[in-house]
Design a protein around this ligand. Structure first.
Ligand code: SAM
Length: 339
């Protein structure tokens, strides 16, 4: 998906606080990369920054007093959502093909005429008057197939439940070790986990990722080995963590730490339950990459790990771990082998 930024124009600080907050929350929740508010309102900036800090992700929030100039300076396409625009069914397929960054403009009351003139596309979400929140949600949901994915690197995360409301916090170190004790994880595996966790935390700090999640994810990544030594320890560990209602960012680390992750087709061939076994978050990538550099508690180089995978004829997995190692090394500005 191309980069999507939202420009909210015509905000009236006295009247629109709630609806503009909802525009921002909707943009963030449905996968826009950021939003610019015009004119500025510090109360909204504060609310959105707090939400992003708590629930994670990297939503860029800015403001401007010059929305017209902001559009002029935009390097990409401009889509203005308005009931007076072209029908969604006809025009949206063209927008979906855009590769450049997209600026989505939504109004408050009546937007100035230049908004229509400056837009590459004036797009209607049905030709009935409704709301900027609804129009934006429908647009983003159609742009982003993964709209339900959400973020997993926040201090807290929702644990899906049929029956109750649960907002999981990152477990503490002692809670994580208690979980190992409960699962009866072998001592040498716990020691390995501690070594991976320490390096993961160091890398996460350097990368500006959530170091608590990386550390606790590292501590728990092999909890599935309490029950099985095979590759399925990834999803078995995930189930143990889910049963304990652990933070979804940590469950994701446990499920995706093997090698540099397991692809959808491999997971199917291995008979894994439906799930995501490729590391998607920064923290999951960090733990997977760090795990490759340990044999028990001893450091090993990525080449050594690579050789081992080659001897097992796991050539795809071998190239994947090299790619992941390179990615992390680039992010920290140093070969991870030397870190
Ligand atoms: N009715 C006016 C219009 O659509 O230009 C403005 C008022 S409306 C409360 C505020 C904003 O909601 C609009 O600026 C537009 O971005 C969005 N909006 C409302 N109805 C829409 C529709 N049917 N399609 C696309 N956007 C819509």
């Amino acid at each position: 998906m191309s980069k999507i930024h939202v420009l909210r124009i015509g905000h009236r600080p006295k009247r629109d606080k709630r609806i503009t907050t909802h525009v921002c929350l909707t943009a963030r929740a449905f996968g826009a990369d950021g939003l610019t508010l015009s004119p500025p309102d510090s109360r909204i900036t504060e609310t959105i920054e707090k939400v992003t800090e708590k629930f994670g992700g990297s939503f860029e929030f800015e403001d401007t007093r010059q929305p017209k100039q902001f559009i002029d300076n935009w390097e990409g396409k401009v889509v203005h959502l308005t009931m007076f625009g072209m029908p969604f069914v006809e025009t949206f397929p063209l927008i979906k093909k855009i590769k450049e960054p997209i600026l989505v403009v939504v109004g408050a009351e009546k937007v100035p005429a230049w908004t229509f003139e400056k837009a590459d596309y004036n797009l209607s979400v049905g030709n009935q008057p409704h709301s900027e929140v609804a129009a934006l949600a429908v647009f983003l949901q159609n742009m982003n197939e993964n709209w339900e994915g959400g973020t997993k690197d926040g201090k807290v995360a929702v644990v899906p439940s049929l029956y109750y409301r649960h907002l999981a916090k990152t477990p503490t170190e002692s809670q994580a070790l208690t979980l190992h004790a409960k699962a009866k994880t072998q001592k040498k595996i716990v020691e390995h986990c501690k070594a991976v966790a320490k390096l993961s935390r160091k890398v996460a700090i350097k990368m500006g990722a959530n170091s608590d999640i990386a550390y606790i994810g590292g501590l728990l990544h092999d909890i599935g080995k309490a029950k099985t030594k095979g590759i399925e320890h990834a999803h078995v560990g995930g189930s143990i963590a889910r049963e304990e209602s652990i933070h979804p960012g940590i469950v994701h680390i446990i499920e995706s730490h093997v090698g540099a992750g397991i692809t959808k087709s491999e997971a199917k061939r291995l008979g894994f339950p439906e799930g995501v076994y490729m590391p998607k978050t920064k923290e999951a990538k960090i733990v997977a990459a760090c795990d490759n550099l340990f044999n028990g508690t001893k450091r090993q180089t990525i080449s050594k790990r690579n050789e081992w995978l080659q001897t097992k004829k796991l050539t795809d997995a071998a190239s994947r771990i090299k790619r992941l190692h390179k990615y992390i090394s680039k992010e920290i500005g140093k070969d991870l082998d030397q870190f």
